[in-house]
Ligand binder design. Sequence first.
Ligand code: NAD
Length: 442
Amino acid sequence: MKEYVEPAEGKLGILIPGLGAVATTLIAGVEAVKKGLAKPIGSLTQMGSIRLGKRTESRYPKIKDFVPLAELNDIVFGGWDVYEDNVFDAAMKAKVLDAELLRAIQPELEALVPMKAAFDKRYVKNLDGTNVKSFTTKKDLADQVREDIRNFKEKNGCTRMVMVWCGSTEIYQKEGSVHHSIAAFEAGLENNDEHISPSMIYAYAALKEGVPYVNGAPNLTVDTPALVELAKETGNPIAGKDFKTGQTLMKTIIAPGLSARALGVRGWFSTNILGNRDGLVLDDPDNFKTKEVSKLSVLDEIFRPEANPDLYSELYHKVRINYYPPHGDNKESWDNIDIFGWLGYPMQIKINFLCRDSILAAPVALDLALFTDLAKRAGMSGIQEWLSFYLKSPQTAEGLHPEHDIFKQLMKLQNTLRHMMGEDLITHLGLDYYQDLVESMH
Ligand SMILES: NC(=O)c1ccc[n+]([C@@H]2O[C@H](COP(=O)([O-])OP(=O)(O)OC[C@H]3O[C@@H](n4cnc5c(N)ncnc54)[C@H](O)[C@@H]3O)[C@@H](O)[C@H]2O)c1
């Protein structure tokens, strides 16, 4: 890490593979906020505050006034999609935001036309777009994406860029030998290795062009030794994976509370219905498997049954996603939680969350883009674990358990910001307030 953070001068390009529901809600939201039509609710970088120093000092600046972040007015968006719709048409189809709001920013959104995608149907079976690049080898495909990045930078006069994957969830893949080193990965690009998916090609291209990469989906991408190595070698931050929204957000809020009170949990059944394109993609078992693995890890890490067998060794955790078109992006989720208390007496908690998936995801994507750009200017590269707060399956250094408790994640994020800016870290110990009092009495 550098001793100082470089200022956020000039334009920041946010490049997005996948201009679907989340991306269009993000882009339209930023345009609407810029025009004063709405507020960026749910975004820590825009609305959040941070405590500095002792409680007696009453210093609670806005995060954006404390760390040098790119201004919304300095952001330029760009992206790729397998469908040709411009961002206005794609947002209208996604039906997340009202047509009235979208019409107020129609020219800005219409100007955003997706570049041809690096796509291969084998990795996302339920999609059939035609706005795709032709290629001979995957190396050739990566070179085309690199050229897109360079052209975008030049055309828009960006001083910095970040890439945030908002594309569909790819099929489940385990790490293989092609992911073990950058040399193996580059050989795999030449040989069209089937274990190199389109998202990995975008990530590789971004890192090679000096652009940090954030993975908003649960697929295997930058969480491999090869791309971690490349991120470090090129001095770029990476973060992933899978935006934490909806049901998993609720889980990482409630489970730490139950665990904090040493209440037992015997079962946690989660099911939900959604009808957007994401739901359609996840209707395929191979794509669902990727999401399921991402969602399932959360509770074990919070409850740690091996450390608390009396409370959590019987925990049965099930997650279901059902594609149900009438609900569109307005996901509805149900959780049944079987808990037990004093002397083992059983109780139940029922949660029925009528959420809006992309309304929760858009500010997460914005914050990840702005904080990743900040990290790069602070000289941080490789895995950014302090951004776990926003992610369902946080990427960590090898051998480290991810931290899923949202309150610990927030503390880690805030302390990282304090550390970057040379402020004292806050442990919440608080004893010094009382020691001062005791000393002053003598
Ligand atoms: N909405 C949420 O709350 C949420 C939460 C966590 C993760 N996610 C993930 O974020 C991603 C986006 O979600 P969404 O609701 O916007 O989905 P979406 O289906 O509306 O958008 C995804 C877009 O990606 C495009 N795409 C697929 N492969 C591509 C490629 N190789 N190159 C370029 N474009 C490609 C698709 O055509 C589609 O338009 C999904 O992977 C989803 O699982 C969403």
